[in-house]
Design a protein around this ligand. Sequence first.
Ligand code: EPU
Length: 443
Amino acid sequence: MTTEDAYIIQGGKKLKGEVTLSGAKNAALKMVIAALLFEGKVTLQNVPRIRDLDELLHLFTELGATAEFKDSNTVVIDGTGLKTNTVDLLHGSKIRSTFLLFAPLLRKFKEAHIPNPGGCRIGARPIDRIMNGLKELGGVVDYDHETGYYHARLAGKTQGEYTFEKPSHTGTEFMVMLSVFAEGTVHIHNAALEPEIDDLISFLNEGGALICREGSSIIITGVASLVQKKPYSIVSDRNEAVTFAVLGLITKGDVTVGPIEPTLLDVFVSQVKKSGGGVEIKGTNKIRFFYKGPFKASQIETEPHPGFMTDWQQNWVVLMTQAEGISTVHERVFENRFAFISELQKLGAKIEYDTTPVINPKQYYHFTYDPEKVYKQGIKIYGPQQLHSGVLTVTDLRAGATLAIAALLVPGESIVNGVSILERGYERFVEKVTKLGGEIKRI
Ligand code: EPU
């Protein structure tokens, strides 16, 4: 039995080889919920076995739905038996995606009760824009501050249109799920563009939905029911691909990731090339990342897709500790995604906050900017810096992978504590790193 929650890592080895990517966490979590909108059974393939998914499927059984794994990555979901419209506080508040359960629960019960969602503490992460969308399409929503529960009602079918003040990834997915059975046609404007959303749309359309994307607008024509005709396989995880790419580059190794549609990583790939990393697109679904000389400093601003993703920023920061010159990263999407910086500083990284104000912050940032608050959204990374081993603590999921990368870079033994946070989103991380020649042990 596991007593600790840590990795012991002997770093300093070049990581080399091929990594088979898992299904995307940020698609899988939504698709298993969307499966509850179907009549009868739904089979999903390439489902990553990660902690967030286990948590969610545990909730399913409490709600009366079934989720049965046919093999390690194929799950069969059946929402026929849904018997309660209230999501349990303990499990429901742990993951960000829980509020998406409003879609199937409102369809079945017309009323539902769901705790304020959790997820990584990388910002306040409110769901105000999303709940406004539900109201705009015909729902009634109240939030009970005492219990921490959202209560929603939707007597009829959704109808009308909704324009997001700023795009929201999960919010867009929610509006889509909510509108599958709409009255007539629902239009969602200023929708997010993440490929995982389009994967969800394909999955729903294969089951009979009528959803069509026109740039940042999504048009949904209501249908009477959804029935799956054949199993659906979830798209590969872009964020996992970036983590292993950085591992290959930073350890002066050579790592190929796949299967992945190379265009999904266009922005990352061009940034790696600009910074002096080696990249080779291999056929239609693999990308090789390899060391080909010293890295150059870079200037990054995070953005939703198709920009440089906020989820890549942490991994990129540790790579830039090895680059020549001063790199900058400005986080625009979440307001607290630099908690890992103090951990990297423990290893000798020279990173400073840059609090120079930006022009028009309300527009520039994707979170709701409060002029009364002090934000630390920019950093300067001075490189190249020789890092040393140490004892680290994971602050959030992507930061977890970043600390593991740092520990695999530096010679000697490092301990990374709190890795169950990393394992919320990375499948078989230890096994994959070991296969590339890394020395890592879970204790
Ligand atoms: N926001 C609001 N109000 C809302 C909705 C969003 O203020 O009603 C703010 C958020 O707080 C954030 C910004 O808008 O500052 C963008 O949030 P968005 O809704 O787009 O993000 P999300 O759906 O909560 C998903 C992923 C994140 C990923 C982002 C960006 C899931 C479960 N999470 O978050 O993934 O970083 O999109 O693509 O899909 C991760 O995998 O580690 C992770 C955090």
